[in-house]
Design a protein around this ligand. Sequence first.
Ligand code: KIV
Length: 299
Amino acid sequence: MSPTPRTPPPSGADATTPYGTLAASTPPLRKPVSLPRLAEMHARGEKIAMLTAYDATFAAAADAAGVECLLVGDSLGMVCQGLPSTVGVSLDTMRYHTESVARGLRRVQGTAWLVADLPFGSYHASREQALHSAAALMQAGAHMVKLEGGGWTTDTVRFLVERGIPVCAHLGLTPQTVYALGGYRVQGKGDEAAARLKQEAHALQDAGAAMLVLEMVPAVLAAELTAELTHCATIGIGAGRGTAGQVLVLHDLLGVGLGKMPKFVRNFMADAPGITQAMQAYVRAVKDGSFPDDQRHAW
Ligand code: KIV
């Protein structure tokens, strides 16, 4: 019996991707964002725009809108999976979403720098466990991994950086330890807490962290730290306008959420005709320093 002839795909269509919603590859308009390019931006005071992404299509849209860094945040536990916190997110889930985002970027020849969160429990046991988990995310397409906390994490950061894995640290409100912190509250308030946070941030920079997310810390403290950390770009979320860059959760930027929006969020869809324009407005506002507004979005 002769084999059934295969129907050729319609001309121009990609047989493997019936939902051709992503633009065909075009020559990229900007050079790929890299560690040296981010360091240059930091050095010349150009603000860095970071946004979370969890899937291929939104990753491609954010890249086209000019977002420089995409974060596959473990916030996906809350916004995609409906979990009460990020604590329940697994390494396999992070790998799945990192692969999806990386694929989306590849399909449009995206140039954004891709950061992926090491989830709760995936780097706490030992430096070797952290390396194993970080390798899984790098092999899924990440360019950098992010981990939360200071003090005990410093050794882990050095261990990863020495092995060629770029690391973004995360201080202030660290959602993976929300139960230990007693809720989603501003951190680093008062002289003692501020001094401790500064000391941890300097140690992380010395260990080789190239970026540091500062979440829900007083704007004055974040601005001081930003001026002090010359080799580590601070990325703020609820930390005022004085940081080297800003990050928002995609769903917050789009004004869709399951609960109350935190004070540091601005809904960029409110004044935009579409998602791409909302993302572009976010990038513009980060770059020109109009977002965040310290009076409205910070402490
Ligand atoms: O998981 C996440 O989205 C984050 C950002 C809030 C910084 O860590």
